[in-house]
Ligand binder design. Structure first.
Ligand SMILES: *Cc1c(COP(=O)(O)O)cnc(C)c1O
Length: 219
């Protein structure tokens, strides 16, 4: 299958899952995860109409997206990988959304850079729903306080929550937990679901899914 066909297949599965979950059409957005793929692999997906993309490394994204953005100005780029504070300036300059705000230091660095650069990014707090030691994200029980800190102390507008469930577990309970935490925080957006589980995530209320290999192929 060509990449255009895989994109169109993923989009129809998203629309079917919306319907099955009694959710309005286009309630769920697609972030096409292009990490490890070069500009030449991404261009056909842009040509097929996809506008929102996710990358997990700042440096890798800097190497390909400025050129792609020149060609297609209405692209939206999401950072979905961990951010170090020494990369905050570059990340704020390049991305339109950061989905991985997960500690005070990063929240402060991103806030300062947005002010300095006069840019207003869409921000998500990443939650480590499985409390995995190797994984980024705030602990579930700290999420409400952390979102409150971002709003109150830093004046950051957090749009939603993001999670990556443990790979070996049934993702449903993790998606349910993220939805519950978002409701407690008064946040409407949920970034959850990847190639293997985005239909489940939509059933649990995802408002955007991050799909890589089902579109671009194996990495
Ligand atoms: C790589 C990645 C994805 C996409 O994973 P696939 O299984 O290829 O769909 C989604 N979210 C994050 C945070 C990722 O790093």
């Amino acid at each position: 299958m060509e990449v255009e066909e895989r994109l169109s297949e993923v989009l129809s599965r998203i629309r079917e899952s919306e319907k099955a979950a009694n959710r309005p059409e286009h309630a769920v957005g697609l972030v096409a995860v292009s990490k490890t793929f070069g500009a030449e692999a991404i261009r056909p997906v842009i040509a097929a109409g996809q506008r929102v993309f996710g990358e997990n490394r700042v440096q890798e994204a800097q190497a390909k997206w400025p050129e792609l953005r020149n060609e297609t100005p209405d692209l939206e780029l999401h950072l979905i990988g961990p951010l170090q504070s020494n990369k905050a300036a570059d990340a704020v300059a390049l991305f339109d959304a950061i989905e991985t705000i997960d500690r005070e230091k990063i929240a402060r660095a991103v806030s300062a850079e947005m002010k300095r650069q006069g840019r207003n990014l869409r921000l998500y707090v990443q939650v480590n729903t499985g409390l995995e030691p190797q994984k980024a994200g705030v602990a579930p029980e700290e999420t409400v306080a952390f979102v409150r800190f971002c709003h109150g102390e830093l004046g950051l507008s957090i749009e939603g929550l993001m999670c990556i469930p443990p790979i070996e577990e049934n993702p449903g309970p993790h998606f349910a937990l993220l939805a519950k935490l978002a409701a407690q925080c008064g946040l409407a957006k949920l970034s959850m679901g990847m190639s293997g589980d985005f239909e489940t995530a939509i059933a649990f209320g995802a408002t955007s899914v991050r799909v890589g290999s089902a579109i671009f192929g194996a990495r």
